[in-house]
Design a protein around this ligand. Structure first.
Ligand code: AMP
Length: 188
């Protein structure tokens, strides 16, 4: 199963990816998690990405495309993977398509988790207040992340719909209901 989870920040992509990882035995590829690990390890890539991430802007396509291409070559991705937070721009989607062709891999589905923006602000702000919350979870940064999503990532919904690969689920339902909707959408 090769899957992309699409949706605005706070829609539940990470939560759903973690459940699907358990159920399908395939890894979650979160570019956000990989970048946060790079920051924690103070690697040159992490140092370069930190400021951009703290503002809620997007890290360059070159950096994230490189991360994903390398990650897809790991043996645990052989049976499949769940992309969470990538692609986020049309250019990344095009790069992914080329990468997958080169690696003789095919996507099974792109699932859009639809969510209400006001509820998302609430959700993400409360996540930020929890102990050890993320530096990019305060309200001003979140509003920027939503703006960046609307401008740069939302066009992917049409991009994948036009390719006939898009399935949409209601992300405002309880977590288990959303999981069931995703499984129904991907037909397994
Ligand atoms: P996330 O954990 O997916 O919300 O990502 C956190 C932050 O990491 C984003 O706000 C971006 O700054 C950066 N990031 C993660 N994935 C990408 C991506 N595919 N393209 C560009 N920046 C990304």
């Amino acid at each position: 199963m090769r899957l992309i989870l699409l949706g605005p920040p706070g829609a539940g992509k990470g939560t759903q990816a973690k459940i699907l990882v358990e159920d399908y035995g395939i890894p979650q590829l979160s570019t956000g998690d990989i970048l946060r690990s790079a920051i924690a390890a103070k690697t040159p890539m992490g140092l370069a990405a930190k400021e951009v991430m703290d503002r809620g802007d997007l890290v360059s396509d070159t950096i994230v495309n490189g991360i994903v291409s390398e990650r897809l070559d790991a043996p645990d991705c052989k049976p499949g993977f769940i992309l969470d937070g990538f692609p986020r721009t049309i250019a990344q989607a095009e790069a992914l398509s080329t990468m997958l062709k080169e690696k003789s891999m095919e996507l099974n589905a792109v699932v859009e988790i639809k969510a209400d923006v006001d509820v998302l602000v609430q959700r993400v702000v409360s996540r930020g207040k929890e102990a050890g919350g993320r530096a990019d979870d305060n309200e001003a940064v979140l509003r920027n992340r939503l703006e960046v999503y609307n401008q740069q990532t939302a066009p992917l919904v049409k991009y994948y719909a036009d390719k006939g690969q898009l399935k949409s689920v209601d992300g405002m339902e309880p977590v288990e209901t959303v999981t069931a909707s995703i499984k129904a959408a991907i037909g397994s």
